[in-house]
Design a binder for this molecule. Sequence first.
Ligand code: 9UX
Length: 75
Amino acid sequence: DGDVLRFAIRGMTCAACSARIQRVVGGMDGVDGVEVSLATDTATVRVRPGTVHRELVDAIVARVAQMGFEAQYLT
Ligand code: 9UX
């Protein structure tokens, strides 16, 4: 199965925030699954095999920013 990308997420204050991010990122091309933790301010994204990681990272950072949060890719 695919690789995993991890992000630090800033700006989440309630469980609906994390649920929104999880739903939106979970629907993006190249994403096979996502778990967003309000407790640890992180998102763990499972990548669909064959996806260019760099492009997906950039797309996720931009999409999360559109929602009013900040995602930082954790290497
Ligand atoms: Mo909770 Mo988050 O009322 O954008 S949904 S603060």
